[in-house]
Design a protein around this ligand. Structure first.
Ligand code: FEO
Length: 162
């Protein structure tokens, strides 16, 4: 049986992962409306990944006899100043998500809840990857996208994400 503190934190994390999906969907829509279909494709896939993260947390609760309690998902930002802004927001958002995961790990340690610590190790690795990917995207945008042709090429590359 999981401690109530862990159940609450994981339910909170389900909400944050669903919000992440919503946020990335808003970015996908922004890029689609700017005809940057590669960026839109990339963020659509990212939104799906976030939904899968929420599913993993919900499965963990169910597998341990606990209830999922869904909460309101706040509206994401829908307007961006330019095509680089969503990439900056993504970096900050992934750092924030990492801090949330770390907090659950911290509480799991306090409760000597090895099962949850073990479960969260996948997310610790995943966050390292998500932060790296977000930073790489932003860095490459800032280094290479100095003209429309480079933006076009970058967009084409992002369209190949599987
Ligand atoms: Fe589920 Fe991108 O963190």
């Amino acid at each position: 049986m999981l401690d109530k503190k862990i159940i609450d934190l994981i339910n909170h994390q389900v909400n944050k992962e669903l919000y992440s999906a919503y946020l990335y969907l808003s970015m996908a829509n922004y890029y689609a409306e700017k005809n940057l279909n590669g960026f839109a494709h990339w963020f659509n896939l990212q939104a799906k990944e976030e939904y899968e993260h929420a599913e993993k947390f919900m499965d963990y609760l169910h597998d341990n006899g606990s209830e999922v309690v869904l909460d309101n998902i706040p509206a994401p930002k829908n307007e961006y100043d330019d095509p680089v802004e969503p990439l900056r927001v993504t970096v900050k958002h992934e750092e924030y998500v990492t801090s949330l995961i770390n907090e659950i790990v911290k509480v799991a340690h306090e409760l000597v809840d090895y099962r949850t610590i073990n479960f969260l190790s996948w997310f610790i690795n995943e966050q390292a990857e998500e932060e790296k990917t977000a930073n790489d995207l932003l860095a490459r945008y800032e280094i290479f996208v100095n003209d429309k042709r480079n933006l076009y090429l970058f967009d084409q590359e992002l369209n190949t994400r599987k």
